[in-house]
Design a protein around this ligand. Structure first.
Ligand SMILES: CC(C)[C@H](C(=O)O)[C@@H](O)C(=O)O
Ligand code: SF4
Length: 427
């Protein structure tokens, strides 16, 4: 019988099976940020276990609130910084070099097809875009991962999504994943891997695949996974060219992680792209979605472009293309947080930052910031934000505030009109 991508990765990384169905896997990458890792670090110190299993496999960044805004966040940053220095963790990204973890780490080529990846962050599923098994974990698992380079998982079942056809104009990876979450619900993939296939995925850039996998957790999914292909190889090429004689050789190697044609799935869900429209959330759960025609005209107070979902260069290009020559509506404010310094620099070079600033946007340094209501754009009570992020939970971007999740294109159109707007009019 054939295997899914997750089954192949589990088999290749299996160290132990302490109980039936519980698999201890060898880890290829342990990612860290300053909110959750300091808790693990403090506990390891307390238990006299301040060690790391392999400095080259640990990557750390200060990204959630940076530069620090108060004593608490400065202390969190300091604990992570001191720890990285103490252990000689080279891939540590501090103020000036830091960006949102799930954008920065892939951009640095840290995630490869077939990898096992953990992080104390729920959106770790993003890295499955590379054909990896990447899962968010809690403090105890993080401590074990840091100390021993292993993690226990239940063998997940896989749901396969076939995204048939090509995406219509104005419809992006964000709309696809919002549509899927709307269809299956916030628990629709709990403890499941979401494997994405089909011509629409084959045609997607790595950035779009990351957007798609990023929100797997919003349906309860352990990891989203896309099949490694030439797009994956091209993206990774600057980092792997010394490992392979040619791109074809890299592709041949990575293809072993592609799910077998006769793999067994718990469920196969077919999506016909012709039916897809720009999609936006309402309410406080990511499965509460409406098509743009159902929700257009809803007034907002703030537009936020950024995050690990949609703060990459492709997202800024799409939004800038729509915003070019327009101004923000007089009733709204706009905030752009490029996800990484590289995205920021690239956007500067391409003239995108000019477009955003001329439209009236405030451009912040790369950080999570407003996405989780920590800094750079916290909402007041009763305010509404049109946001390219991934969570619309009650008060997510500020107590008493509400969030409508949408694509960068829809956010840009909304910025122009001050009300949720259809991006297709501006294409
Ligand atoms: C701070 C962190 C633990 C959290 C997460 O795990 O998702 C954050 O990134 C978020 O998006 O709410
Ligand atoms: S950008 Fe938002 S969702 Fe992503 S890691 Fe940061 S806080 Fe979490």
């Amino acid at each position: 019988m054939g295997k899914t991508t997750a089954e192949k990765i589990f088999e290749a990384h299996l160290v132990d099976e302490p109980f039936p169905g519980t698999k201890v896997l060898r880890l290829d990458v342990v990612l860290c940020h300053e909110i959750t890792t300091p808790i693990a670090i403090d506990d390891l110190i307390r238990r006299n276990k301040d060690r790391v299993f392999d400095v080259s496999k640990i990557k750390a960044v200060i990204d959630h609130v940076t530069p620090s805004k108060d004593t608490k966040t400065a202390t969190q940053a300091k604990i992570l910084r001191d720890w990285a220095r103490r252990h000689g963790i080279k891939d540590f990204f501090d103020v000036g070099a830091n960006g949102v973890c799930h954008a920065l780490f892939p951009e640095r080529g840290f995630i490869r097809p077939g990898n096992t990846v953990i992080m104390g962050d729920s959106h770790t599923c993003t890295h499955g875009a590379f054909g990896a098994f990447a899962a968010g974990i809690g403090t105890t698992d993080l401590e074990v991962g840091i100390l021993k380079g292993v993690c226990a998982f239940r063998q997940p079942k896989t749901i396969r999504f076939n995204i048939n056809g090509q995406l219509p104009a104005g419809v992006y990876a964000k709309d696809v994943i919002l549509h899927i979450i709307g269809q299956i619900g916030v628990n629709g993939a709990t403890d499941r891997v979401m494997e994405f296939h089909g011509p629409a995925i084959d045609a997607m850039s790595m950035e779009s695949r990351m957007t798609l996998c990023n929100m797997a957790i919003e349906a309860g999914g352990t990891s989203g996974i896309c099949m490694p292909d030439m797009t994956t190889v091209e993206y990774l090429w600057p980092f792997i060219q010394n490992e392979f004689a040619s791109k074809e050789a890299a592709l041949a190697e990575y293809s072993k992680w592609v799910a077998d044609a006769d793999a067994e799935y718990e469920k196969v869900i077919e999506i016909d792209t012709a039916t897809l429209q720009p999609t936006v959330t309402f309410g406080y759960k990511p499965d509460q979605v409406k098509t743009i025609s159902e929700i257009a005209g809803t007034p907002v107070d703030q537009i936020y472009l950024g995050s690990c979902t949609n703060g990459r260069i492709e997202d800024l290009r799409i939004a800038a293309q729509i915003l070019k020559g327009h101004k923000l509506a007089s009733t709204v404010r706009g905030i752009l947080s490029p996800a990484t310094p590289k995205v920021y620099q690239e956007a500067l070079k391409e003239g995108l930052i000019d477009i955003f600033m001329e439209a009236g946007f405030c451009v912040t340094n790369p950080t999570c910031g407003a996405c989780l209501g920590m800094s750079n754009g916290v909402l007041a009570e009763g305010e509404v934000c049109a946001s390219t992020t991934n969570r619309n939970f009650m008060g997510r971007m500020g107590k008493g505030g509400m969030v409508h999740l949408m694509s960068p294109a829809t956010a840009a159109a909304t910025a122009i009109e001050g009300k949720i707007a259809d991006p297709r009019k501006y294409l």
